[in-house]
Structure formats: structure tokens, C-alpha cells
Design a protein around this ligand. Sequence first.
Ligand SMILES: Nc1nonc1C(=O)NC1CCNCC1
Length: 246
Amino acid sequence: MHIGVITLFPQMLDALRCGGITARALERGLLQLSTWNPRDFTHNKHRRVDDRPYGGGPGMVMQVQPLRTAIQMAISVLGQDTHVIYLSPQGRRFDQNGVQTLLNYPRLLMVAGRYEGIDERLIEQDIDEEWSIGDYVLSGGELAAMVIIDALIRWLPQALGHQESATTDSFYNGLLDHPHYTRPEELAGQKVPAILLSGNHAQIARWRHKQALGKTWRRCPQLLEQLELTAEQQQLLTEFITEQGE
Ligand SMILES: Nc1nonc1C(=O)NC1CCNCC1
């Protein structure tokens, strides 16, 4: 997979190379990450990429030409079949389904805006899709791009060690994550649930699934409504609720 990012702050993307799963995936070439800075494609002596909004109002708007030229340069490198997305609160909300959707594009170009936004004519002509990571306004699209890149990397073959798997991530199965524990066994009177010390992997898996169902029921019941729980899941959830005395 080759991801390109159009950004005024390419150095922000270096954070993905600092460590962990994303750094390892990039070092091993599981993903290629390239950046293009619209400021390098300006045609004015002050290298301006923004201007005042027509119709007045606060802030500045990113102009078409530097962005369009940067996108065209990126596509000439990535390939003509590159899928071009723009990060904005007006976009499709990114979630686990979005991960699977974007993984279908071997070449992805992400346009990270700054200021109030970008000229609508660029969105109309050069952008295939708008995506959002949430209903709030960031100072730039770079962090949104990095969130999406991080979530995608976990699903690239060999990105996770053999001990890990994205298919056991929460939300993959539509549920919130089960609780996690590690050493020591007891901490200020707080003990690790005995089942996790039993070595009975089938019972441990059952307990974790029950906890995931119970946490989802308690915190995000609407997620459960989207699922058709199996008879076993219904039984586990009933057990959880009974055990909790709720
Ligand atoms: N939420 C968001 N999900 O993706 N991008 C988001 C965002 O807030 N972008 C900013 C919008 C205003 N201009 C600078 C970028």
C-alpha cells in the first residue's frame, strides 16, 4: 500500500516513524508513505497558499492552484488509479467499516487542509471522497490523516506480530474491548480475575467475550442493537447482567 499526504506540515507525519507498529511497518516496507507540500507548488513570490474568503468572514481559505498542482504531482508518482480523499468534519465518519473500505485502495492520497478549509472547486473537481474522524474542528487535517493511517496499518499483512491480530481488536466484532490485566497479580488489594490465572484458554476466551458483551451493553447499547447476537452471546450477556446484579 502506498499512501500520500498533501500537507503544509510534512514533518508531522514523522510521528508515525517514531516507534511501535507504524514505525515497524514503514521500516519493513509494508506501507510506503510520501508527502507533498502545496507550498512547494506555488506560483507567487511569497509562496502563499491561502487567501481571504470571498463573501467575507473570518480566517483564510486554501487556494486551488497549489493544492491541485501538488495533487497532480502526487498522482504522477502514486499512479492514475489513486483514490483521493479530503479530511474534513463534513466527511463520512471513519470507523471500522471505513478501515475495510479504505484498505481496498492500494494507492491512497490524503489531502490535509488548514485554515478555514479549502476552495470548494478543488473538492468538486479533484477529491473523490471526504472523510471525518469526528464531529469537532481540528487545526489541520494532518492528525486525522495519521489516525486513519494508524488504523489501516494494523490490517496490513505482517504488520502485527504473530502474537497479535487485528481480528481480535475491539470493534472488529462490533463490540467494545474486554478488560486487560498484567503483572502484578495483586495491587493495593485489587486482584486479577482468577479465571485469567487458570490457564483454561477456552474459559478465558468465554470470560473475555462475556466482558466485551457486558461492557458494550453498559456503555454503547446502540452498538448491540446493530448486531444480531447469537444464542450463545445472549446467554453470555444474561450471565453478565445476572452477575452484576443489574
Ligand atoms: N474532524 C475532522 N476530521 O477530519 N478532519 C477534520 C478537521 O477538523 N479538519 C479541519 C477542518 C478545518 N480546517 C482545518 C482542518
